[in-house]
Design a protein. Sequence first.
Lengths: 311, 294, 327
Amino acid sequence: MYKYVIKRILLLIPVLLGVVFIVFFIMNLTPGDPGRLILGESAKQEDVDRLNDRLGFNKPYFVRFFNYIKDIVTKFDFGLSYATQKPVVDQILIKFPYTLKMAIASVFLSTIFGVTLGVTAAVKQYTAIDSSITVLAMVFTVMPAYWTGMLMILLFSIKLGWLPASGASSLKHYILPVLTIAITAMGSMMRLTRSVMLEAIRQDYVRTARAKGAPERRVVYGHALKNALLPLITSVGSMFGGMMGGAVLSETVFNIPGIGSYIVSSIRSKDIPAVMTCTLFFATLFSLIMLCVDLLYAFVDPRIKAKYVNS
Amino acid sequence: MNEKKKTSVPAKGKKQNKAKEIWRRFKKNKTAVAGLIVVIFFILVAVFAELIVPYEVALKQTKALREPPSSAHWFGTDRLGRDVFARIVHGTKVSLLIGLIGTAISTVIGLIIGAISGYYGGRLDEIIMRLMDMIMSIPSMLLSLAVVAALGANMQNLLIALVVGQIPHTARANRALVMSVSGQEFVKAAKSYGAGDARIIFKYLVPNVIGPIIVQASMQISSTILSAAALSFLGMGIQPPQPEWGYMLSEAREFMRTSPYLIMFPGVTILLLSLAFNLAGDGLQDAFNPQLKD
Amino acid sequence: MSEKLLEVKNLEVIYKTDLETVRAVNNISFSLEKSQTLGLVGETGAGKTTTALALLRLLPDRTARVLQGEIVFNGKNIMELEEKEMRDIRGEKISMIFQDPMTALNPVMTVGAQIAEALELHNDANRGKEAVEKRVNEVLEMVGIPAMRKNDSPHQFSGGMKQRVVIAMALACEPELLIADEPTTALDVTIQAQVLAMMNELRDRLQTAMIMITHDLGIIAETCDNVAIMYAGEIIEYGTAEDIFEGEQHHPYTVGLFGSIPNLEVEARRLSPIDGLMPDPTNLPEGCKFSPRCPHCTDKCRREQPAYYETGTHRILCHLYSKEESL
């Protein structure tokens, strides 16, 4: 088993190199020169040229790409932010905890409610409960996160005055942003759970469990849901990816100094090293999460475990 | 189910019957029909936008700043005194165009990539799929943001950004589809009597994957519309002064306290349109796969 | 006469959907005594599995309706039981072996856990964890699987072995009635014989009553005391194994059924299949349901539903014999 894990981690390296290449390529499409961006409009042209020279921006594309990789691998150097002239990595490490807290809380929230409601809908198929859950799920999935956020501010901060509308200085500040992110994810979780459960409760082994005299709760949660877990785990994993999009919007609406709002401001100011590093950071994080998801499979499904052990 | 697929290799006459049958099942689904009606309504609004209210009205700044809804301005006016109703009407065109064109492009490209990968398999498949994995490991919102940031914010680049973010997903889904069909007995049978690749692809694969692809695309339209609005909200999509729903919301943000109607109208409109596309797509899916219903 | 374990009276089950009504079981009655075996024979779609599921009250509740009938088990009409009381019967008093062992076991649970579940659900004796494990070992050994394999998952077993696990699970609580729904159909022929022999042996040892559902007359001959032959949701012939295999008079369908089995002793140029197909259960013919395919069909058959013609333990649902009577 551990052999498989090591193999998977090694396979991550070419994927991440590829990601660096793709992002590097995209960011290099940007017109304009970095020296000008760093020194500002009023700087003298010769200063700009000198800086470009020093930073190696006049070198060919592949040389720059190679140097970029070399700096990361040998010095863990992702470059300096154009805006602050400080290492981007430091910035990310300061900002990441905000985003991480929100992501974990909302994954937790949306999984618990999404799965419970989805299972309920599947078990009560063709009833009013099922149709209301289905409609609710669909509304949740299509609610634009930034709009949900604003509606919640309108209701809970402005009208009722219960919760703060911006900032991240206390636990209370996190409630609305987390809800905002969770709602979208909850919608898709509900829909997915419902459809995999509809399939699962029609399986023969579910009938076997009933024939054994198992109570309905046990049949649904112990037998059917346990089999439906596989696609659900995958989707919880990929939810983290979608959640980053949600975080960008939610952090913007609620003024939270996390990575999401950092990316937006970096993109606005064309701070290329910051954008690149954030993107890389998320790609790595996401790949690691998906690796964990794959490994989790083995605990849920013995058939997959057997495959891993044999490979 | 296998039986069904085998018999669905269509002759011309049968194809029409099949479409009729799907329409008959679709009609029975009330929420899906409601979704379709709303979609058609929005399309009509987009087509006849100029007749409903001239484009200049959407751009004209008046002295009536942030006035609540009235008979003169049905949805009120915004921070520059522009008529919100007119802006929403003309924003429809933008959102629909992006939703439809973006989905169409990413579906076609995704289909080509997925079909090549799924049909030929082997090394080529491996390379293509690894590449897709790489792109997919970047959260699509970030990828789109990065593309717009690099290329500059306008409608064309917004489309490119959205398509780039979606292609890996459509390619993957289409590959799975093509693989499941090309593993079916009737394809093996065709190969066994010597049908060439082109014949198999156009006579057997395409007719059998087209249904699921339509379903997939119809579900994707709403997410394309939503992503486009989100990018515009962040200032990375459609640029002012052109009216766009997401950007209208971002403009309205600072006046939330005093003029909450400014966030209500564009938000509800986005919700309504994407909900309608989703409902219709869901109905279409059920109509295509009746066996999933029971 | 020994006491009745199960008595089914006038059972009628339909499946109703928006589009159509399937008349799956039409007014059937039969009974079963303790430690006896009843064979339920018929083609696919004759209503055998529906009957079995009705006995456990496991019919899909959205579509299936029991229009009428009583199912009396140990003196109690189980149609009137609370769901909770019914659960105490399922798995403990009546258990069922399903047709396809490949899908009947939960793929993500070890086989030991699945057997233990049945025991824990009906733990009247208040067995501790160890006692349950011990019993799991016992039943596994009983069906010829080494107890050490209880921690394996279903995917590690072959089809025949899986069916043994299903049987072990069904017998774990020593039920009074075992319903076996085509238990060997999905297995290879050589494995079929093994599993069948094992089932017969266990039934005799545990004194379990059994309902054997099958379309294979050979299995019936080997295992059953009584036989009910089903056609289009009706029992068209019912009697002891002797009545069916050696009796003089038979329903034309039964005759056809026997005629379609190859027989080495009697030289025949070809098999004689029954012409035609089973009627569409959403649109059953008037009168006798076999009339469209019957070689002896008369006008009366097409008009009137036949009544049972009874001689001793033998019942036949056919106008052919009642006509003789009236002559």
